[in-house]
Design a protein around this ligand. Sequence first.
Ligand code: AMP
Length: 192
Amino acid sequence: MFNLILFGPPGAGKGTQAVKIAEKFGWVHVSTGDILRSEVSRGTPLGLKVKSVMEAGHLVSDELLIELMESVFLRHKDSKGFVLDGFPRTLNQAKELDKMFDKLGQKVSLVLSLEVDEQELVRRLLNRAQEQGRKDDTEEVIKNRLVQYHQHTRPLIDYYKGRGLFEEVQGIGSVQEIFEALSGTLSRFMKK
Ligand code: AMP
């Protein structure tokens, strides 16, 4: 099983690229943001719990995310691999992911990070707000989401770098160009 974490700030293009990678390699794409948005729109108990936190651009609790990921892994035990998009987002989530994988005889195979400068991120997020009408893409909320990224998620870079699992790819260019850069790095890594 190949377990890829697609890493990067909000607006880096993780979702778009995760879909393409999952399709190319036959892996399961897991977007915690998509799962949570679907819970919110269906008005499930989990959705009701996380709605206001998400709309404010804050992070949902580690406990809920870990529960959610456990159920995802149980549901896809026979998968050839995973593309994790939006998880882990805190050091605690990363450590809990290691524990979950340990239990399943799995490990994080690689963390691929999409590098995009902050100005471009804000521009893309505002564009997406107009196109998709996401409630968490207003200017105020975008600021919050970037702050959360810097405070809680960026520290994961050192966590994975220390284990030789972290690779960076430029997230600027056309969707296809970025996809080719990601695929190239991924293929090189898989051959090692
Ligand atoms: P995304 O679509 O990945 O940007 O996620 C949208 C929102 O869902 C985030 O701003 C958080 O409120 C919540 N969320 C998604 N993944 C996580 C996670 N791993 N930990 C905490 N909150 C998350």
